[in-house]
Ligand binder design. Sequence first.
Ligand SMILES: Cc1cc2nc3c(=O)[nH]c(=O)nc-3n(C[C@H](O)[C@H](O)[C@H](O)COP(=O)(O)OP(=O)(O)OC[C@H]3O[C@@H](n4cnc5c(N)ncnc54)[C@H](O)[C@@H]3O)c2cc1C
Ligand code: FES
Ligand code: FES
Length: 1332
Amino acid sequence: MSSENKLVFYVNGREVEENQPDPETTLLQYLRQKLKLSGTKLGCGEGGCGACTVMLSKYDPVSKTVRHFSANACLAPLCAMHGLAVTTVEGIGSVKNGLHPVQERIAKSHGSQCGFCTPGIVMSMYTLLRNNPLPTQTEMESAFEGNLCRCTGYRPILDGFRTFTKEYCQMGEKCCRNTNFIQCNGNPEEGLSSELFDSSKFLPPDSSQDPIFPPALRTDKYDQQSLSFTGERTTWYRPTCLRELLELKHSYPDARLVIGNTEVGVEIKLKNMHYKTLIAPTHIPELNKISKEDDGISFGASVTLSMIEETLLESIHEKQESRNRMFTAVVEMLRWFAGHQIRNVAAVAGNIMTASPISDLNPLFLAAGVTLTVASKDGGTRQIVMDEKFFLGYRKTAVKTDEVLVSVKLPYTQKDEFFYGYKQANRREDDIAIVNAGIQVQFEPNSNVIKGMRLAFGGMAPITVMATTAMKNCVGRKWEDDLVKDMAEWLASDLPLPPGSPGGMTEYRRTLCISFFYKFYLTVLMQLRKRLSGVVQSKVPTSHKSATAVFQRDPTKSTQLYEEVPASQGERDPLGRPITHLSAAKQASGEAIYIDDIPLYENEKYLAFVTSQKAHANILSIDPSEALKMPGVVDFVSHKDVQGHNNWGIFADEEIFAKEKVLCMGQVIGAVVADTQVHAQRAAKAVKVEYEELEPVITIKDAIKKGSFYTNYNNSISNGDVVKGFEMADDIVEGEVSMGGQEHFYLETHASLAVPRSEDGEMELFVSTQNPTETQHVVAEALGVAANKIVCRVKRMGGGFGGKETRNIAFTVPIAVAAAKLGCPVRNMLDRDEDMVSSGTRHPFYGKYKVGFTKDGKITAVECDIYNNAGHSLDLSAAVMDRALFHSDATYKIPNIRVTGRLCKTNIPSNTAFRGFGGPQGMFIAENWIEHIAKTLDIPAKQVREKNMYNEGEKTHFNQPLIQCNVKRCWEECLERSDYCNRRKDIDIFNSENRWKKRGMSIIPTKFGISYTALFLNQAGALVIIYKDGSVLVTHGGTEMGQGLHTKMIQVAARTLEIPETKIHISETSTNTVPNTSATAASASSDLNGMAIKNACEILLERLKPYKNSNPKGTWEDWVNAAYFDRTSLSTTGFYKTPNIGYDFKTNSGNAFNYFSFGVACSEVEIDCLTGDHKVLRTDIVMDVGVSLNPAIDIGQIEGGFTQGYGLMMLEQQKYSPNGFQFTRGPGNYKIPGFGDVPVEFNVSLLKGSVNERAVYSSKAIGEPPLFLASSIFFATKDAISSARVDGGLNDYFQLKSPATPERIRMACQDQFTKLFPEAPTDSYKPWFVEL
Ligand SMILES: Cc1cc2nc3c(=O)[nH]c(=O)nc-3n(C[C@H](O)[C@H](O)[C@H](O)COP(=O)(O)OP(=O)(O)OC[C@H]3O[C@@H](n4cnc5c(N)ncnc54)[C@H](O)[C@@H]3O)c2cc1C
Ligand code: FES
Ligand code: FES
């Protein structure tokens, strides 16, 4: 076999040649490490976030055209690039040479906050435009199915890119937006603006500027070459004919075939698999052939899912409907199959042959009985029908080990045949199925008598299964209503799932199978009645028709309203204007530098952690000897190497390296240092740790049962007389509330680089942290040096959200210890799974309440016990609980109250700060008891809320008067803007007309206290330097994590110094410029740092005054120059501490907060009662941000915070086994909101005329307050479920846990199908996952 061993491809127009590339290298590793193209980011390494999106272009010698497609560089094997052109974000534009319109628009429309997701999103959009220069809005929105953003809430990205779509008005200046605003957007009121960017100034799309496809690749030369590459551990073959493929398969029976690598790549990355031989059957003609035959279409095994979709759509458009029913089901299924990046490279063979029990295509293929052609060297070619005998066991099929799949034939359907596919996942877009199904029925000609039915289900067993009893028993039965009940019973017996089965949710999964059949039954019945009039007796009631509708989502629309700056404000004064995030352009072009983008230092080493694999255990031994022998390994580092203290934490209750005991999985035990990341990570897995297991405590309920608490925390707040309050009550209710935790899922995982200096024990740290000062101090203590030897620098973070307030220290310090020991720079960026398993999350909460109230809904007393799951160390859990206690009144005056907090000590990673910091949990409990009161009194919850809502000047339960209490203003405005009353009526009508789809609406207020609750943290410093040329360098204590802090701070400095913001720069945050800073947290950073900057600027202005006075017509530069020559200091520090705060739990006195931010949201939701699916139809938010420093940034924080809250309350479910093993380790099984989750209509307005004397330039903090407003979606969902329950005969109050996952929604709906599967008693089985 002659073969080539030189890899040739192009990157951004430049030829790349690689002799003997390593087959284990991904394109992403090569781009970032070898080509130093760091614009393409690593967010997950498993194809789930899209941060690594690039465009691949391939010449097709047959059609002589070039195909451009997006792909995930993190899964694309480098060796698969032969003959392809790769375009990365750097290849399309740069700040230096001019941005591409896609980059410009995402930046200018405020679609980039932390920027870590931005290059990937840019490349998805760019690829779409390369193929389709004028897409529809729906096409545009679909392009991002495979991209995630944790900051923006997506709306601004969609808004910016909408300007590329067909629907966007192309009239430019003549657009009615400019002439008659009402027609386009609704009329903003006097003084309000709805323009966050000016699209008339956008660069026009210009395809002539796009990089050209390299002419040298317009050849079939590369496709004809057989390839063979051998690396350190693996050989890659790419044969070019079937014979060669079969021979290779014969010679290497254990070889893995790789097409898209979207299964194999994940196995290698996450399941620690290693394959010595990889064979890419991507260039075998038979495996790429698509042939249309009389009875169906045959697809070569290597044909990608995108190509299949394209071909089937062609057939659907060309041929009669009845022939394409199976194809239509496949196309519909592909809509929910991963994102474009995956579908563009993944092949049909990969899906079948992986034989995953949750494959989306296999149920359809079994139901259709598709025919496979397989071949082997010795056995020749044979055909296999996919039926109940095809899957032999978990990931085993009837295809023999020496055989390869050649082609798959999808059959046409017949006139009397119907075919549908179903899938239910936690998130609709880009998620794996919980259960999926393919259902086919064939009737006797022109009748409703069943000739045969095939039902195949995924997610119900270790293999895709067919419901054989049901299939047998239904033959001869008529398609009438009595069939449903029998089918339900047969399906229940065909698809047993004992409680505790892998995957959990057993009752739900069993119910789903029947729901799917029921939908199928109704859909087919409707069609039969149309075709066979008089034959079919059963009818589909009008109220049931909506159950059959395929999920549709209208394109999103939105408005954002904010107060314009007063006409009197100088043009140069940027304050209050929607200035773009100052790094946005660099972020969009991939030029912004994050920790892992910093070029390698000479002699730099990589560190990989060895972490605990047990939740609670004594460490018996640690043996790194095997690891130390592995290639590239330099050293093993452990507690023995810590020269100073091995303990850290606010209460010094954590070890840097676990010494004798581990208290949770993921806890750092040691670390391997090696020459490369790959070597370090491989060796870390080879370190042997022996444990003696101890009984763990995992959940809150476990901790309560076993009395496992942090006993030094006993805070509670009491006000009034609770006993008396209950006596005054007409009624009293008691209940429970559970709220799960939340993974931060910042797109940039924890990352640190420690660079030791050769002198005086100095060290420079580059860290993705919100808390440089604490990082500096803990490193100093661990190294046994003074803090003045350690500098911690933070340029920017790819998101933080509280997750980098303290927890980075657990990873930064070991890196510093290693760097100090070895005397060389050491770096680490956690893999997504490592980050998720070890870095802690938002605290899960559990509350028990008792509430007394009068007949008309006035609250008389509340008693509430609140627990949080703190994890294995205290970290910030006490402060989080304090904030929950402070917010347990939500926005309601409670005359008599006692709230008590307990911190549960458990064996999970230490839970920590997360946007809202306990506030949302406290308010969530309160809003639950509000709903409980409303249901008990049978009045709308809105009425209870209004009855008890705070008035101006009233005191909270912690005795702080509410000054400028704008909650009622926000409430009234939101009711009006959302048209609440009319829509409420419409919803009631909709619900009365629909049995299986229900709508719900809820309006929820919020009040959020601003300040750190620890008094000493309410301080900030700044350093302002004016250089001789008049340029100004500002440094302050806050860190930039995407929230736009630096942009706002420059606006503050510009206003104070009275100069344009273009003269001011912020380079980074560093402990050697501004010391002793508080973490960037508690939403207070603009307030604190803004005041410190203002203070410094005012000092400098004062110094410049004489020069201004003596030359009033002079310029800024003149005055600066004069001051310099007059020997006046042009730099100074500024300082601020928040006055008049400080709360004492003992006396329940003193101001806990500086002031409060308020807001209200109204959301409308539609649920599918049969599956638990939901969509958010509309959200209106009115938010009080005082006088906005920057409305674009504030609106970005509102939408981003709201979307994160939506994830918390509706989607993001952490799953742990009862012994503390975390299942949710990446975007594959932990679903944060995606582009498709943006409310279909999303309106945000900033409250007009709000001023706040207690913060810089009358502004208000905004980072955390909006998050809780997402509970409006949760309660709207609960409202919709209530309607379904009423139809099912239930009118009681029910508990709905957060997050309201499809499982919880479906099972709360309660009907004849759910009743078939009553919940097993909790103590009768071991659950697969537990609720923390
Ligand atoms: C982010 C992400 C999202 C996903 N979403 C979904 C989803 O929604 N639904 C779903 O069903 N799957 C999903 N998957 C799984 C995966 O994408 C699909 O199974 C895909 O079809 C695999 O194709 P591939 O070409 O990438 O397979 P590869 O990884 O290249 O190969 C997979 C397996 O197929 C075998 N194989 C390939 N070709 C042949 C052949 N000719 N003969 C014999 N064996 C062969 C290989 O040996 C290997 O074991 C997802 C994966 C990722 C990473
Ligand atoms: S890094 Fe590739 S998809 Fe997340
Ligand atoms: S801007 Fe998208 S993840 Fe931060």
